[in-house]
Design a protein around this ligand. Structure first.
Ligand code: FMN
Length: 460
């Protein structure tokens, strides 16, 4: 019997703008002050986590003409935050979500190459493709990209950025100390790229960085999104943290790799996961219940309901049953929360989903608020530290994931108990590092080196 255990990959997602962050807790702090970012990143590094992760939203979400409560904390610029964190951390990877629809390759390639230099090889890019017209209004004269072109643009965007990163050849500058003459210098190569999305040529202005290119993450679930990840990504950030769904997603994506000439260990799958700890499993369950109540206030429950019903429900009683009438079916717009992917998912078949919700509420005798608490997802791991460590390990050893991007409901101290209580148990089991193995993020994630620059750098 093989005794080799898979090593778990763990990242810390900064608890951003979402309905799972609890502001009412006395320990809740700023979501935008540097101290909060620093605390989470340094805590994650203390726990030897692989990387710190920032999601991104390019437009404040709104609903019925009002900005979502949580969005008013704002969304500071990803590169600025990660560059500042590079200065106060030494080992942990720094992953930023950057959109391929509303940016340009030269600029993004330069920003990631700079971050990789500043951090000594710790940069990672989560390539997302959000395309909606609502976000697009902030960019490019209000123009946006049709949905069916977003992955085509993402693919060519990443290919173009790689051409820029790979355009430098040669070693570091070596000079003769006596004469001052250069013995060797890196050579910025020229680049020319022309396709339906980009028509650029020139010279890239940042030398090849320690990792060569950032570690590439992808977050998207469509068939096209999965293929994109299978061809070009090192890591997938997924939503699937329930065991059966996670295993199915894992198998699906890993089975796509051979088609693109890649092996199973070249793509890591890390679902988002929340946790609640207690001294005993029962205490943790009780704490989780309290947290869910704080996460879904009566007002939040009504806002959520309005997204599916697509009509004003401000007079609806959150402690009563679900509305007896069916949702209003219309094109995206109206009261559906603008710019909210969740709302788009909800809007796909609203009447069918409303029927499911009613059936569940009736069967389990749930009020509107209780139902919303159930359907908006509970934390993935609830229990004593021993229970949570065992569950995380089970997921990974059973090929339901390669690890997790851990989120918490509290900024900035929410990750601390995970690092203090769960990480040591994983280390005791021999499934999580006790020291960083390498200097770059790519090395720490156990990903194969990129190798020398070739004319066609990657398979796609
Ligand atoms: C787990 C997960 C996290 C995501 N995070 C972001 C994000 O931070 N910012 C963003 O603009 N889009 C984000 N997305 C949206 C995806 O990039 C993509 O636009 C969306 O999922 C639609 O692509 P799909 O049809 O392939 O799923 C995320 C998606 C997933 C599944």
């Amino acid at each position: 019997m093989s005794t080799s255990l898979k090593q778990i990959r763990l990242a810390a997602g900064f608890p951003g703008v979402n309905n799972t962050t609890v502001w009412s807790d006395p320990a809740a702090g700023s979501q935008i002050a540097f101290d909060s970012f620093r605390h989470v990143a340094q805590t994650a590094e203390r726990g030897k986590l692989d990387f710190f992760f920032l999601a991104e939203g390019l437009r404040l979400r709104e609903h019925a003409g009002k900005i979502h409560d949580l969005d008013i904390v704002g969304r500071p610029d990803t590169f600025t935050v990660l560059a500042a964190l590079a200065a106060v951390t030494e080992h942990i990877g720094l992953a930023g979500t950057i959109n391929s629809t509303f940016n340009e390759p030269y600029e993004v390639a330069r920003q990631f190459a700079s971050l990789d230099w500043l951090s000594g090889g710790r940069a990672a890019w989560n390539v997302v493709t959000s395309w909606d017209a609502f976000t697009g209004e902030n960019f490019r004269r209000g123009g946006f990209l049709p949905q069916d072109q977003r992955y085509e643009r993402a693919r060519t965007f990443l290919r173009t950025a790689s051409e820029l990163w790979d355009s430098w050849h040669g070693d570091e500058i070596v000079a003769d100390k006596e004469t001052g003459q250069f013995l060797s210098t890196p050579a910025p190569g020229g680049f020319t790229h022309e396709d339906a999305h980009f028509d650029i040529n020139g010279r890239f202005n940042v030398p090849r960085s320690p990792q060569g290119r950032p570690v590439i993450l992808q977050a998207g679930e469509s068939d096209e999104g999965r293929d994109f990840a299978a061809t070009a990504a090192d890591v997938i950030f997924s939503r699937y943290s329930q065991y059966d769904q996670a295993r199915a997603f894992y198998a699906d994506v890993k089975n796509r790799l051979p088609k693109f000439g890649r092996t199973r260990d070249q793509l890591l799958i890390l679902p988002a996961a929340g946790f609640v700890l207690g001294d005993t499993d029962a205490e943790a369950e009780e704490a989780a219940r309290e947290i869910r109540l704080a996460q879904v206030s009566p007002a939040t429950a009504i806002r959520f309901l309005e997204q599916l019903w697509n009509t004003d429900l401000s007079g609806h009683d959150p402690d009563g049953p679900l509305p007896a009438f069916d949702p209003v079916v219309s094109e995206i717009g109206g009261l559906v929360a603008k710019g909210n992917a969740g709302a788009r998912q909800l809007a796909k078949s609203p009447v069918a989903l409303a029927n499911q919700w009613r059936a569940k509420a009736e069967a389990e005798n749930l009020t509107t608020r209780e139902l919303i608490i159930e359907v908006t997802g509970r934390q993935s791991f609830i229990g004593s530290p021993a229970t949570v460590a065992a569950e995380i390990n089970r997921f990974v050893q059973d090929d339901a994931s390669d690890g997790f991007i851990i989120g918490s409901h509290l900024v900035p101290g929410g990750l601390d108990p995970f690092v203090d209580k769960v990480v040591p148990l994983l280390q005791e089991r021999g499934v999580f590092r006790t020291e960083y193995e390498g200097t770059t993020l790519r090395e720490n994630l156990g990903l194969a080196p990129l190798g020398a620059v070739t004319a066609t750098p990657v398979a796609w």
